[in-house]
Design a protein around this ligand. Structure first.
Ligand code: HEC
Ligand code: HEC
Length: 325
């Protein structure tokens, strides 16, 4: 990606190629899935009364409130969850850190991450409609019970995990796919009501992070950047443009004006003067709200400290880093 000199061409070529690959993998996944489940369908048709009752009682429950399985998650068998994911999900999802997106997005770090926002993956509008906040236990429980009920029209062609114990095992396993797993359910409830609420209450603009620059850690910003931004941006001095422009010296430099990169008119419309830490804070919080129609296909960094870390890192990649305030 970093060898592409023209962002436009890269932008047009890649999706086509991806569609072809995705089409192939999807057919393969579908065939696999049908193969795995054909026995279930056959069993179902042989014994009609039981499945019909089960289906009827599952649907309204899903539409209303799905019973919590937090108790089961606390005593889940992570190894069984891993085996289940390997068997039923891996045709469409990789789970390793930095793993490629397939038919579905890579799932490393998904618990606690923003919903349906994995970098570099193009989600359906069906799921974007229901994406609110981060993946917690209750939402993941509902999604994996029945993806189509959770997000009608989702492209996840998987019927859901109807067995509560298996679903708990899978969620407990997903939780471990992280260098910093989120707290187990009981502890999370308290955290959830304490931390993210103020950020949401701040309204459309990004919360001020001036106070956080003093405690910003450049190396943390760097590893976040490498994980979430480097697929589209190089940041070495004189580095090539990829899907997005090279970012060396971007802070304090003119907005959306990197030589040799063809910015969208959406971005040019909001370009005024140079990138200040304040403007960068707004942009990285929610690029699509900051510049509606921007081609930066990234949902933004909602965590204030992480945003401060990333801005401190951007600031350091420059001939003349400025004082952040
Ligand atoms: C046939 C392919 C397929 C299978 C099998 C599949 N998924 Fe998915 N999954 C997808 C697709 C496609 C999406 C994106 C949904 C959309 O954009 O509508 C997705 C999305 C997800 C997401 C949301 C990720 C995010 O970044 O927010 C999670 C979590 C997930 N799948 C978990 C699983 C688990 C666990 C299994 C196995 C029990 C599974 N999936 C089986 C295709 C699949
Ligand atoms: C999926 C690709 C993609 C990802 C991921 C991505 N960007 Fe971008 N970025 C772009 C594109 C494309 C543009 C140009 C926007 C336009 O023209 O609308 C851009 C523009 C920018 C700009 C403005 C550059 C300038 O010269 O004014 C900054 C700053 C930026 N991105 C930072 C980041 C950071 C930091 C991350 C990670 C947290 C990130 N981007 C993730 C594609 C991406």
């Amino acid at each position: 990606m970093s060898t592409q000199h023209n962002g436009e061409a890269g932008h047009k070529r890649d999706p086509l190629l991806f569609n072809k690959i995705a089409g192939g993998v999807l057919s393969a996944g579908l065939v696999l899935w049908i193969g795995v489940h054909i026995a279930d369908f056959l069993t179902a048709s042989k014994a009609p009364p039981k499945p019909v009752v089960a289906a009827a009682s599952t649907a309204p429950a899903a539409a209303a409130a799905i019973p919590s399985i937090n108790g089961l998650i606390l005593k889940a068998d992570v190894k069984k969850g891993a085996a289940f994911v390997q068997q039923q999900c891996s045709a469409c999802h990789s789970v390793n850190q930095g793993g490629a997106n397939g038919v579905g997005p890579n799932l490393y770090g998904v618990m606690g991450a923003p919903m349906f926002a994995h970098a570099g993956y193009h989600f359906s509008s069906a799921v974007e409609k229901v994406a609110k906040g981060n993946w917690g236990y209750q939402k993941m429980n509902a999604w994996l019970l029945d993806p189509q009920t959770f997000a009608s029209g989702t492209r996840m062609g998987y019927p859901g995990i109807k067995n509560d114990v298996q679903r708990a095992d899978v969620i407990a396993y997903l939780r471990t796919l992280s260098a910093n797993p989120i707290a187990l359910p009981s502890a999370t409830a308290a955290v959830a009501s304490a931390a993210p609420a103020p950020a949401v209450a701040a309204g459309d603009g990004a919360p001020s992070i001036k106070a956080l620059y003093a405690s910003a850690v450049i190396t943390k910003g760097q590893s976040f950047f490498e994980q979430q931004c480097s697929a589209c941006h190089s940041i070495n001095k004189g580095g090539a443009a990829g899907v997005g422009p090279n970012l060396y010296g971007v802070l304090q430099g003119p907005m959306f004006a990197h030589p040799g990169y063809d910015f969208s008119s959406a971005a040019k419309k909001i370009a005024s003067g140079n990138w200040t830490p304040h403007a960068m804070n707004q942009w990285l919080y929610d690029p699509m709200k900051d510049a509606p129609g921007t081609r930066m296909g990234y949902p933004g960094i909602k965590n204030n400290q992480v945003r401060a870390d990333v801005i401190a890192y951007l600031n350091a990649q420059s001939d003349a880093p400025a004082a952040l305030k």
